[in-house]
Ligand binder design. Structure first.
Ligand code: SF4
Ligand code: SF4
Length: 446
């Protein structure tokens, strides 16, 4: 056997090993179709790899051609090829009023002062919101995926969350300790990870990410949100892959609630520790108590990119994360936004948009909203769907190719996607083939 034959058989062995690993990983992920395709390929490929050289009489030209093709393929898949998208999305130039967000609007009861006041000023929203308000509430009996046991469990988790809201802030120690920014930043990040955070980053807060007025929570409704906090400690919590796979059923909502509770614990504890060092800090937690919008802050803190589905896409976990946040006046060393090809991938993928049962995710380009270029979600339609099914859906998180578990096989694709436009195109074709592109779920109008 000459040198070229040897390389040929090494390439074949490597391919079979990768296919076998793909099959194993699919088995672990309970992806039957992906398992069947990769397992059959792992069996058929070596047969082809061994037979074809006979057809060419073991010609050296055949071996060299296959090796050259392999080299070209590897280069096209992993080398930086293709233009990067413009990552200058603009800077937010206006604040969102929390009274306008869907959760706030869904809390206004007809006949109440809030209701009359809000729809007096925003009559164009009344028809849609009234229609939504006639649907069962989230987790309530009547929702399509209502589960008497799990829905109640999730509701109880949200009640626990609400009950701890007063712990988000507190007294600040009179004496300031710790002045070395580098070491404090390192220590705080370490503490977030020690407490259970999966990825952590820090950013300076664009004040436009604070809501302008209170729409939810214990503070007086409509009061202006004022904060002296200039820095935000952001972190992700990975959501369990198998729980997300249950979307749009209640399992994914259960997992969301679990991670929100965990985020609440971590943020409350970190904020308390910072206050004990003599600096004001506030845990920004779910349970109607956010003062600001988390995804753009997580982007600024280098935790990921904002995808077509509106979620933060983490490099490691995709959109399969929940976000945690602590704001503080303590000066910290900030991280930079990073790009790993997610926006470029979203531009051509559109899988979440195809699969969104409510048609809330745009298939076309971005819009400029309050100075920022973004894919603008139809939040009313999305929330209406939540109320129809009784869960927080999460299908756009489940079908996203970035949501696959972070393991050797999927990370090969992540690496290619980061660099090469060819890898992006091929990964989308491969993902559609192996996992399907279009799934069947309860539609909006049924
Ligand atoms: S499904 Fe595709 S388009 Fe949607 S967020 Fe994920 S990568 Fe982007
Ligand atoms: S949560 Fe469901 S309804 Fe809302 S955008 Fe995602 S897929 Fe669409």
């Amino acid at each position: 056997m000459d040198y070229f034959q040897l390389i040929y058989y090494i390439i074949g062995t490597a391919l079979v090993l990768i296919l076998a690993m793909f099959a194993l990983s699919s088995l672990r992920e309970k992806k039957q179709r992906a398992f069947r395709i990769s397992a059959v390929s792992a069996i058929v490929l070596p047969v082809i790899w061994l037979i074809v050289p006979f057809l060419f009489n073991h010609s050296g030209y055949y071996f060299i051609s296959i090796e050259l093709l392999s080299l070209i393929f590897l280069t096209l898949f992993f080398a930086p090829i293709g233009k990067k998208s413009n990552h200058d999305f603009g800077i937010a130039n206006a604040r969102v009023d929390e009274r306008d967000i869907m959760f706030a609007r869904s809390s206004y009861k007809p006949g109440t002062e809030k209701y009359e006041e809000y729809y007096g000023k925003n009559p164009e929203k009344k028809k849609t919101d009234d229609k939504i308000s006639r649907l069962p509430r989230l987790l309530e009996e009547g929702g399509h995926y209502y589960d008497p046991v799990l829905s109640k469990k999730v509701e109880d988790m949200f009640v626990i969350e609400e009950s701890r809201i007063e712990d988000v802030d507190g007294d600040v120690a009179s004496e300031c300790r710790g002045t070395d920014i580098d070491s404090i930043t390192r220590e705080i990040k370490k503490q977030v990870l020690d407490l259970g955070g999966d990825e952590v980053g820090i950013c300076e807060i664009n004040p436009m990410y604070f809501y302008s007025n209170v729409g939810l929570g214990p503070e007086p409704y409509g009061s202006e949100i004022v904060s002296t906090h200039k820095f935000s400690i952001m972190y992700t919590l990975e959501m369990d892959y198998f729980k997300v796979e249950t979307a749009p059923k209640i399992g994914t909502t259960e997992e969301s609630a679990k991670q929100y509770l965990k985020a609440q614990d971590i943020s409350i504890e970190i904020a308390r520790r910072i206050r004990s060092m003599g600096y004001s800090a506030r845990a920004q937690v779910s349970g109607s108590n956010y003062q600001l919008m988390l995804p753009p802050l997580a982007y600024d803190a280098g935790l990921g990119e904002i995808g077509r589905n509106g979620y933060l896409i983490s490099e490691k976990f995709g959109p399969r994360v929940r976000l945690g946040c602590i704001t503080t006046e303590l000066k910290l060393k900030t991280d930079k936004p990073k790009s790993f090809g997610a926006v470029e991938f979203c531009e051509i993928c559109k899988k979440c948009s195809v699969d969104c049962p409510s048609g809330s995710i745009p298939r076309n380009g971005k819009l400029t909203v309050r100075g920022v270029e973004k894919w603008q979600l139809g939040i009313e339609k999305c929330y209406q769907y939540w109320r129809i099914i009784g869960t927080d859906c999460g299908l756009c998180m489940k079908v996203c190719p970035f949501s696959h578990p972070s393991n050797f096989i999927h990370n090969i694709f992540r690496f290619g996607i980061k660099n090469s436009v060819i890898a992006r195109r091929l990964s989308i074709i491969g993902d559609d083939l192996v996992y399907r592109r279009k799934f069947k779920y309860k539609k909006m109008d049924k």
